[in-house]
Every structure is written in structure tokens, then in C-alpha cells.
Design a protein around this ligand. Structure first.
Ligand code: NDP
Ligand code: MG
Length: 408
């Protein structure tokens, strides 16, 4: 296991920290804005971005007093300018503007875009030498080796926002990195934790979007229902902490109180506990290495009463095994796993395929890609994105095939 880099003295000294938020209109982005507004005076916001929701982007830009708002969809630029009129906030649009915005000199870029679409701006921030608070786990599933190698070369910090990884980051003793035996990520088990397979077969979109513990964007909520989210997180942990698959465990913990823990070689276990509220790990990353006061729900353990843990059911949640298979197969496989999963989740949310089809489409896509792409390395962002596009094409073909069989 890799030992964490020493704390950069600049981070300790600067009074006001400048932050850019990519994916500012989303679930994580909104929580980031909330923490910043609670700690006004400590942070200045430079850039906020979104894909297409102009009104929400302009509103968050005004609330935070941002300098620049960037919308991914170029056809929305005039609407963004109109929504920002009189505010003095600059507007820009399109993917080149997004990369340029990610390279502006700030203390921290928060990467909270959903999906592989967030890879290019996050990597641009890394290459500009900026620390990244990473929520966008798909970046690491799509191109983790490349991403971490570039971060190391640039000498920057990746601060994990994802609650389980943030828990591990907090429990990790820098001087004892070599004494880590295993890392355990907990999972709520999602809405179908206790559903029989037969019922899961008929699960509706509304059933799958009803997460028992966390309020999140639609894509990660479906990933939690299939438990692909935990699979993506195993891959994320592998890259963040340089730990191999065999030493990364998953434990279902329906109360979502213990977010993750490290077992050290002397038998001690260090865990992080907290309410299921993303503002807690976000505040930790924004202030790191210091802690600042944030009004979040406090955990009342007497009210929780008991904590339970169980092994995941790999039969009903095959996505978890698929992710582990991909991790053990190499970068090409995790890239395809992510691309196929993004397409399959979209297709499920669009009403085309059934819930259990999501994991099947991912499995078929990995199988289909193995022949042509198996063993390929990912040495550049272009290579990562070309492979991602191919994964999406293969997954769409698998879905098309399934729909044709159904019609026929
Ligand atoms: P949301 O869907 O709520 O928000 C996504 C954000 O990204 C929005 O601002 C959206 O803009 C923007 N966006 C979406 N697609 C693109 C694109 N193609 N190009 C540019 N911007 C885009 O997602 P979440 O906040 O739930 O999740 C964000 C990331 O954080 C994911 O990787 C997720 O796995 C991870 N994460 C989320 C947690 C949570 O509690 N939500 C917990 C842990 C990790 P617009 O509003 O215009 O669509
Ligand atoms: Mg998580």
C-alpha cells in the first residue's frame, strides 16, 4: 500500500481557499455549495459548471459569487448569458471551455460530474497542478492508472469525497501504510437488499430509485440498487490506495453508520462513523488537513441502537463480481465495464430494459470486447475515450439485440 504524500505546507497557510466546482448543479455539487455557504469567508468560488441546466447553474453561480459559469451544451450559451445578466459572472460553453476552466489556478477543483464525461476536466485540473476533491468515481474506473500516474507526476493530492473512501482516508495512518492488512468498504445494500430474485426481475424504475439511506443523483442511485456502485468503489479504492483486489472487502451494513474501516496487521480496526450525509466527507475534503465546523446531522448511536453487517449476496447482485473480474483483468476491462454500465443504466431509466438486464448487458459487453480489446493498455486520455466509445457501442448493440429478440 502506498503511503500518503506529506501535507503541502501551502495548504496549511492560505487563509482563503479558492475552489472550482465541476457538476455544481448535481446532488454532490449542491452539498458542496451548502458547505461553502456555511463557511463563507473561508472559500472563494472561481468556476461552476453543469451539462445543460442553465437556470440551476446561474442560480448556484450567483449564490456562491462565482467568477465563471460553464455549460457543457454549447446551444445553451445564450440562455446562460441571459440568466447571468447583470451579475458580472462570465459565461462560457462547450468541452474546450470546460478544459480551459479546469486549468485555471485555484487551490482545489471539486470533480462532481457524473460518468466518464468528467474525466477530461478532472485530468486537466490534475495536469495544471491543482489538487482534486474527487466524487466522480467513474474517472478512476475509466482510466485509473493513467489518472493516478498523472496525479503523481504533477505532485498533487486526490482527496476522496466518496463517503467510503473518505472514511478510509481518515482512518489511514500515514506512518503505518505498510501495516494495512485489509480495507473494507461498507454498502447499504440498496432498495433490493432483502428482495427475492423473482421480485427483482419485475422491479420498476421507481422501486430502484427508492434508496433507503442516501439521497443522490439518478445514475448512482441505480448503481446502488444493482450494487455496481460498490463494484465501482472497489476499483476506485484500488487506484486511490494502491491496494490489490484480494485485500479489498465489501460488507453490507444497512444502517450506513460505519462508512469504511481499515484492519491493521496487529488486529486493530480503525473506522470512520457518521450520519449518511455527503456534507460530512465534502467538508473534510474542502478543509483538509484542518477540520471546520459544519451543521450536519449528528449521529445518535443510542437512537440507531444496533449495527448489523452481512456478506453481499453475489448471486442476486452479479455486478459486484463483474467489477472484481474487470479489476483483475486490467484497465481495458474496467473501462468497458464503466461504459457499458453507463449505457445500461440510461437504457433502464429510459424504460427499455429490465432491472436485471443491467448487469447482463455489462457482462455481455465485457465478453464481446475481450476479443478485440483484451489486454490493451490505456496510455493517454484519447485512448481512454476511444475505448469508452467502443464500450458504449458494444453495449448499445447488446441492448438492440435484446430488444429485437423481444419484438420478434
Ligand atoms: P447528479 O446527476 O446529481 O449531478 C451530476 C452533475 O454533473 C450535474 O451538475 C450535471 O449537470 C453534470 N453533468 C452530467 N453529465 C455531464 C456531462 N456530460 N458533461 C458535463 N457535466 C455533466 O450526480 P451526483 O451528484 O449524484 O454524482 C456525481 C458524481 O459523484 C458521480 O460520479 C457519483 O458516482 C459520485 N458520488 C455521488 C454521491 C452522491 O451522494 N450523490 C456520493 C458519492 C459519490 P446538469 O445538472 O446540467 O445535468
Ligand atoms: Mg460511496
Amino acid at each position: 500500500m502506498k503511503s500518503p504524500a506529506p501535507v503541502d505546507s501551502r495548504r496549511r497557510q492560505s487563509a482563503v481557499r479558492t475552489v472550482s466546482i465541476f457538476g455544481a448543479t448535481g446532488s454532490v455539487g449542491t452539498s458542496v455549495a451548502d458547505v461553502i455557504l456555511q463557511r463563507r469567508g473561508e472559500f472563494e468560488v472561481d468556476v461552476v459548471t453543469a451539462r445543460s441546466r442553465v437556470e440551476e447553474l446561474a442560480a448556484v453561480a450567483r449564490r456562491l459569487g462565482a467568477r465563471l459559469a460553464v455549460i457543457d451544451d454549447p446551444s445553451r450559451l445564450d440562455a446562460l448569458r441571459e440568466a447571468l445578466a447583470g451579475s458580472g459572472i462570465e459565461a462560457a460553453a462547450g468541452s474546450a471551455a470546460m478544459i480551459e476552466a479546469a486549468s485555471r489556478p485555484v487551490d482545489l477543483v471539486v470533480a462532481a460530474v457524473v460518468g466518464a464525461a468528467g474525466l477530461a476536466p478532472a485530468l486537466a485540473a490534475v495536469e495544471a497542478g491543482i489538487d482534486v476533491a474527487l466524487a466522480n468515481k467513474e474517472c478512476l474506473v475509466c482510466a485509473g492508472e493513467l489518472f493516478m500516474a498523472r496525479a503523481e507526476a504533477a505532485g498533487i493530492r486526490i482527496l476522496p469525497v466518496d463517503s467510503e473512501h473518505n472514511a478510509i482516508f481518515q482512518a489511514l495512518e500515514a506512518e503505518n501504510a505498510q501495516a494495512v492488512e485489509t480495507i473494507t468498504l461498507t454498502a447499504s445494500g440498496g432498495p433490493f437488499r432483502s428482495w427475492p430474485e423473482e421480485a427483482m426481475r419485475r422491479a420498476t424504475i421507481a422501486d430502484a430509485l427508492k434508496h433507503p439511506r442516501w439521497s443522490m443523483g439518478p445514475k448512482i442511485t441505480i448503481d446502488s440498487a444493482t450494487m455496481m456502485n460498490k463494484g465501482l468503489e472497489v476499483i476506485e479504492a484500488h487506484h486511490l490506495f494502491a491496494v490489490e483486489s484480494a485485500r479489498l472487502d465489501v460488507l453490507v451494513h444497512p444502517q450506513s453508520v460505519v462508512h469504511g474501516f481499515i484492519t491493521y496487521c496487529d488486529g486493530s480496526i480503525l473506522a470512520q462513523l457518521g450520519a449518511a450525509d455527503m456534507r460530512i466527507p465534502i467538508a473534510h475534503c474542502l478543509g483538509w488537513p484542518s477540520r471546520g465546523a459544519v451543521a450536519t446531522p449528528r449521529l445518535d448511536l443510542a437512537a440507531v441502537g444496533s449495527l448489523t453487517f452481512e456478506k453481499p449476496d453475489l448471486q442476486r447482485f452479479p455486478a459486484l463480481s463483474l467489477a472484481r473480474y474487470a479489476l483483475e483483468s486490467g484497465s481495458w476491462a474496467t473501462n468497458i465495464l464503466n461504459a457499458a454500465n453507463e449505457v445500461a443504466v440510461d437504457s433502464f431509466l429510459g424504460g427499455e430494459i429490465a432491472f436485471l438486464d443491467i448487469a447482463s448487458i455489462v457482462a455481455e459487453s465485457l465478453d464481446a470486447a475481450a476479443g478485440s480489446l483484451g489486454g490493451s493498455a490505456i496510455a493517454s486520455i484519447d485512448a481512454a475515450l476511444v475505448m469508452d466509445a467502443e464500450g458504449r457501442r458494444i453495449a448499445r448493440e447488446a441492448i438492440g439485440h435484446r430488444l429485437r429478440i423481444r419484438v420478434g
